[in-house]
Ligand binder design. Structure first.
Ligand code: GLU
Length: 474
């Protein structure tokens, strides 16, 4: 049997990092088994549909560097892969369920449904439809629909049954049917809800394994019943665990840093994000923490995913990202840094990249670290005098200025030798000397190696910043 997995996002804007996790596991499993990975766009909720969101989706996937084998853009034998283009298919199966007596028309108005919900709340029960329209005769319901009355189609949940749903990593889960709602499967505008569409599409697209978010666990028994009513074999289904926030609770959107776009803007590398996500709920057989996607695919099996909720730890992700940044060749890093350093030209970035490589964990940090290249921020003399008295600091600057004036800044080795000679002669401490010089030029105490950074500032500007620093000490 050919393994077929799918990623089935609803295009509602940005891609949540939890979706990237599901997407990664689906992809890796298909590839591990020599199977196919399908992209299906679940755009049936027209209220939530955001134009352009599908483009965001493609951009996101392209950035991560994973290409589906089949999908709306790529095509394939099981299309269309956009649910809004498959309405007739869902309607056909809704009709079949109605004819079989496994579904029924419901004519209840939104007002009535709200009343039912309020009543449920009053009884402290979860909101559930009271099944009023189940009692209508089939003939009456069909006549009302034929007269043009608005209706939705609901699936019938059997009374007094235990529905058993089997999750790949959680095993059998039992649901009492009295807790399952008679779910709407087709809306009055002819669009299916997620539940009907997902079952129909996974079946018709011959999906063999489904990895999806934990939020779909409560819907699981409804899908089990739909497969049963339609006489279809269910794919293997795995619900990934909730990703936790280190501060406690579920990783939520409230901090704004759970969208793929945020990670991209921060300068996390896609390889690092994928590598980190692999480590959630799974560990490498040799305990490795840094490995390629290829290596992951080789070692990975769905059944090894732990159902225990992992913590999404940004600090660890930063560490992984730092490792990937350091492993980049200088010229690759230059390319990556370009959009993060709009005020620097390529020549400058070429000089800066190797100097900051070891010092950043996110590419966005480059801007702050290199700010001194395009401006000299204001600072107070206290910063110059952190570890040293005014007189010595001033002398250091005067002598440094002389050496730089004479030697220039282009040959960093020579300049360094000369300055070390000077430091020795004067009996200064190298750390203190270079700190004063650093602050004078960069207005900061943490910067890339200072002498190597001087070409980024230029000789003239370097000298004039030293001059300005000296004035502060008058
Ligand atoms: N459209 C659903 C979502 O975005 C897909 C869930 C699934 O994978 O079945 O959450």
């Amino acid at each position: 049997m050919m393994v077929r997995t799918r990623f089935a996002p609803s295009p509602t804007g940005s891609i949540h990092i939890g979706s990237v996790y599901n997407f990664l596991l689906n992809y890796a499993y298909a590839k591990a088994k020599g199977g196919k990975f399908i992209l299906r766009v679940e755009d049936t909720d027209q209220k939530r549909y955001v134009k352009k969101a599908e483009d965001h989706l493609y951009q996101g996937l392209a950035w991560v560097g994973i290409e589906p084998d089949e999908g709306p853009k790529k095509g394939g034998d099981f299309g269309p892969y956009r649910q809004s283009e498959r309405l007739d298919i869902y309607q056909k199966y809704a009709r079949q369920l109605l004819d079989q007596g496994d579904a029924y028309y419901c004519f209840c108005s939104p007002k009535r449904l709200e009343k039912v919900r309020v009543e449920c709340r009053g009884k402290k029960c979860p909101p559930m439809y009271d099944k009023k329209c189940r009692n209508l005769s089939k003939k009456e319901a069909e006549e009302r629909v034929a007269r043009g009355e608005k209706a939705v189609v609901r699936m019938k949940i059997p009374d007094n049954q235990v529905v058993i749903a089997k999750d790949l990593i959680r095993g059998e889960i039992k649901f009492k049917s009295k807790h399952i709602d008679d779910q709407v499967i087709l809306k009055s505008d002819g669009f299916p809800t997620y539940h009907l569409a997902v079952v129909v599409d996974d079946h018709l697209m011959k999906i063999t394994h489904v990895v999806r978010g934990h939020e779909w666990l409560p819907s699981f028994p409804k899908h089990v019943l739909l497969y049963r009513y339609l006489g279809w074999k269910m794919p293997h289904i795995l619900h990934t665990p909730v990703l936790l926030d280190p501060a406690g609770g579920k990783l939520s959107k409230r901090r704004g840093d759970t969208n793929l776009g945020w990670f991209q803007r921060q300068g996390f590398l896609p390889e690092a994000i994928l590598n980190y996500l692999c480590l959630l709920g799974w560990s490498h057989p040799q305990g490795k923490e840094i490995f390629s996607l290829k290596e992951f695919i080789k070692a990975f099996d769905l059944k090894d995913v732990s159902p225990v909720s992992p913590t999404f730890d940004l600090v660890k992700l930063e560490w992984v990202n730092g490792m990937y940044i350091r492993a980049k060749k200088d010229e690759e890093l230059v390319k990556l840094l370009k959009s993060f350093l709009p005020k620097m030209n390529e020549e400058q970035i070429k000089i800066a990249a190797p100097l900051i490589k070891e010092r950043i964990k996110r590419l966005v940090e480059a801007e702050e670290l290199l700010e001194f290249v395009w401006c000299c921020p204001k600072y107070g003399k206290d910063l110059l005098l952190k570890k040293i008295d005014r007189k010595t600091a001033k002398e250091m600057l005067i002598k440094a200025q002389e050496v730089i004036e004479k030697r220039g800044i282009d040959d960093f080795q020579k300049l360094q030798e000369e300055l070390i000679k000077l430091i020795k002669k004067e009996g200064w401490k190298a750390g203190e000397f270079f700190m004063v010089l650093r602050v004078a030029i960069c207005a900061k105490s943490i910067t890339p190696p200072i002498l190597e950074s001087l070409p980024l500032v230029g000789k003239k500007e370097t000298l004039s910043r030293i001059e300005a620093a000296m004035k502060k000490l008058d």
